[in-house]
Design a protein around this ligand. Structure first.
Ligand SMILES: [Mn+2]
Length: 420
């Protein structure tokens, strides 16, 4: 066999309840739950369209160890589509759907292999009398696996393409619970060609080759911290070489955007700018929609009107209407306002008070290209400090005009009371 393909996915979290969202936006929570299923359908479509040899699912197929019957039935329906095409599926379970939970157990279609939690098992994929690949897998037995499961995997025998299938936290990723912790060296010493990992929801190729180490990420983002593309990997194999290509499957996206208001005069202009931002963010099919958090920032004349009671709420109503007016929809989840008034610097520079003196000093500093000696004297001990100097930029590399503007803005914010 020349080149062949498989698909690697993980963290489906089918039937996630979206509890927080359900309380105030029932329809959206339902859409998101449905999106976890649709994203999985897209993974199955990808397998079929590319004539993949098999599908790997690296844990957290279900959101909870109880595994709703609905989720299991929908999963089975999809896996049946693969089975009908002769495409096998290999599954390990993770911390969310560990094998210690009580749940209804359905019979899986032929060609679906679920790896146990007791010990690493090996499954062979046979094609035309020869072994195409050996897949080693191990499931989680409980909700908080403390052991390094990667070290339980045997070293691969020489021969066919070898895959490790595991739900694990590589290199102590702080964004996820440190379950089944492991290090790159554990994976590298296995002699495998490809590690198909689950648990970290951000997709990414962690190591290109010998072995390739890949997190599939989740196929559908579930909250604002899961912004950006979500999907799975289509992997092309040539001998012992694996080339993984990301394939997006997300149905509903999550993003954050900032609207700078400093150049805007009034609410009309703010609305117009927000509409522009919203259209820029509007996704295109096959994505169905986007949940967007917006924030207004900057110092400028529009601040005065934005301060008026109820204004920001009314703007939010308007942008929601625009966002939901056509498909794919954008739902503005929140609109934060952190704007500030414009300063009349010319007027503030007049007089003899502290603000005027400061503005005079800053103006003089802008004129001189050199770093003044008293400033250098203050900095020297910092640059000799063992720890501090590791984090400090080179003095010469400091963008002095930019730094001065920042200092000016900070000092003025401290000295001047906010206007109402
Ligand atoms: Mn997960």
């Amino acid at each position: 066999m020349a080149t062949w393909r498989f698909v690697h996915a993980a963290d489906l979290h089918l039937d996630s309840p979206f509890v927080g969202l359900r309380n105030y936006r029932e329809k959206l929570a339902q859409d998101l739950t449905e999106a976890t299923f649709t994203a999985f359908q897209r993974i199955v479509d990808l397998c079929l369209e590319n004539a993949a040899e098999f599908l790997l699912l690296a844990g957290d197929l279900f959101d909870g160890p109880g595994r709703s019957l609905r989720a299991q039935l929908r999963l089975r329906r999809e896996l049946e589509r693969l089975a009908a095409a002769g495409i096998e599926t290999f599954i390990v379970h993770g911390n969310h759907d560990h094998l210690g939970g009580k749940s209804v157990t359905l019979n899986w279609p032929e060609g679906v292999h679920v790896f146990p939690a007791a010990q690493v098992e090996m499954a062979e994929v046979r094609r035309g009398g020869a072994t195409l690949a050996r897949i080693y897998g191990l499931s989680h037995s409980g909700p908080a696996e403390p052991d390094n499961l990667a070290r339980k995997f045997p070293v691969a025998k020489r021969g066919p393409f070898a895959i490790g299938l595991l739900h694990a936290n590589l290199d102590r990723n702080g964004e996820h619970e440190n379950y089944a912790p492991c290090a790159m060296s554990d994976l590298a010493s296995s002699g495998y060609d490809y590690w198909a990992l689950g648990h970290i929801h951000r997709p990414g190729i962690r190591r290109e080759t010998q072995p390739a180490v890949v997190y599939a990420g989740n196929p559908q983002g579930r909250h604002l911290k899961e912004a950006g593309p979500r999907g799975c990997y289509l992997v092309e194999v040539d001998g012992h070489l694996a080339r993984a290509r990301f394939h997006p499957t997300g149905v509903i996206g999550w993003e954050e955007a900032v609207q700078d208001v400093s150049a805007l005069e009034n609410i009309d202009q703010v609305l117009q700018a927000l509409e522009g931002t919203l259209e820029e963010q509007r996704p295109s099919p096959p994505q169905q929609g986007l949940i967007l958090r917006l924030s207004l920032q900057g110092r400028g004349p529009a601040h005065r009107e934005l301060q008026l009671p109820g204004t920001v709420d009314e703007i939010l109503e308007q942008v929601r209407e625009i966002g939901e007016s056509r498909e794919p929809w954008v739902w503005v989840e929140r609109l934060d306002a952190a704007t500030a008034p414009a300063w009349d610097l010319a007027a503030l520079s007049q007089g003899t008070d502290l603000v005027a003196t400061l503005l005079g000093q800053l103006a003089a500093a802008r004129q001189s290209p050199e770093i003044p000696p008293e400033f250098e004297k203050l900095l020297t001990p910092l640059y000799y400090h063992q720890l501090a100097r590791r984090y400090l930029p080179q003095v010469e590399s400091l963008d002095r005009p930019c730094l001065l503007e920042e200092v000016a803005a900070d000092l003025l914010s401290l000295l001047l009371p906010e206007e109402d």
